[in-house]
Every structure is written in C-alpha cells, then in structure tokens.
Design a binder for this molecule. Structure first.
Ligand SMILES: [Zn+2]
Length: 211
C-alpha cells in the first residue's frame, strides 16, 4: 500500500506520514504498518531555548523510520516571536538538506516571511510542502513559484485547488478524524475529475515528494 495522506497527527491514520516530535520518533511511537513518520518541532510548542530538542531532531532525522522533516513552520497567530520560529525553521531546512528528506511546513498568515527565508537559504535541494493550505489563488501562486507543493485537507479554497498544477497537489487529514478518502472525494468533486484518477495522481505525487 503506497502512502496517500501526506500529513496526519493521529498514530492510527492509514497510509499516512505521521508528524511526531523528535523524542517520539526516537523512542519509537506505535503507528499503523501502512504509515511512516515525520519528525519535527511544531512552531506552536517552541520554547525560548530549543537546543536540546534540536539535537534530538538531528538524531531522529537520521532514523530509517523517519521519511520527512516536520512539522515545522511559521505562524503569526500562535507560538513564540517570529524570530524564534524563523530560527527553528532554518534548523529544519538544514537538517532536511543534510539528510535529503523533504520538509513539511505549517504556514499561517506567514507566506511572505516563509518565501523570503526560502530564498535566503537557497540554493538547497530540499523539497517542501505547505500543509493544510487554505489560502487564496494569490498565495498559492507565490508558494508554487517558490517551489512548494500544496497539501489540501478537509477545508480549502476551491479556486486555489483548481489553480494548483496536478503534479504539485497533495492531500492530508492533519488532526481530523476522517479517512483520507473523504478529503480526496471532496477534492475530486471540486476539480470535476474522477476520484480514482485523483487518488493515483496523489499517490504518485507523494511518492515523488518523498523520494
Ligand atoms: Zn499538522
């Protein structure tokens, strides 16, 4: 069974990339056999000094069970000062580059600072997705031009979904207790395309993203 859900926080989620803390990844959290782990420090839970957790992140990132780095990111509505969030995100980008594993990014009303940092840290070969994308077409365009994949959950802006090139689209359940097929059904209906075709597309995209 190929992975299909690019971002979930629920260990019981199927065919999902499950975001956990570096400590959980190292200690070995129990997840479904069809799923894999992503390890990172969520911006909401960052402290003033994250050196200890960042050292754990480097260890977790090297594990074969960990296929992606994150959830990391920027949130102007919640979490510590932007400076601390940017510093942590830089760290995650460096770890992603060092391990060759892609980045899962949380971005709430912070696409400007995210794109700026992305260009500042370039050149890098890090693939990255912005998860739970609910922005409009203008924000989608800016993130796509910067090279990000966009992942859609159970709520999204329909125009932004239609605007996103099929090869840069992903789907997720995040913390919603619903099957990924529900999200994909809604996306397919919005796009006016066949659910099976969209499922195959999303599977292939996630596999490319993680390769
Ligand atoms: Zn999340």
């Amino acid at each position: 069974m190929e992975l299909l859900d690019c971002h979930s926080h629920r260990p019981e989620a199927l065919r999902a990339v499950i975001a956990v803390s570096p400590r959980q990844a190292i200690e070995g959290v129990t997840i479904d056999g069809t799923s894999r782990l992503a390890a990172g420090l969520h911006p909401w839970w960052l402290g003033d000094n994250n050196a200890r957790e960042e050292a754990l992140l480097e260890r977790a990132a090297a594990l074969p069970t960990v296929v992606a780095i994150g959830e990391t990111g920027l949130d102007t509505l919640r979490g510590p000062a932007m400076e601390a969030q940017l510093a942590a995100l830089r760290r995650h980008i460096a770890v992603a580059e060092a391990t060759g594993k892609p980045l899962i990014v949380h971005c709430v009303r912070a696409s400007g600072p995210l794109i700026k940092l992305w260009h500042e840290t370039a050149p890098h070969r890090v693939r990255a997705l912005v998860h739970g994308f609910r922005g409009n077409v203008n924000v989608a365009r800016a993130l796509l031009e910067a090279g990000f994949y966009l992942s859609f959950g159970h709520r999204f802006n329909a125009d932004a979904l239609r605007f996103t090139p099929p090869e840069r689209m992903l789907a997720e359940t995040d913390d919603a207790p619903l099957p990924i097929t529900d999200v994909i059904n809604t996306m397919a209906a919005t796009l006016g395309i066949d659910t099976t075709a969209l499922t195959e597309r999303l599977q292939a995209n996630l596999s490319t993203f993680l390769s």
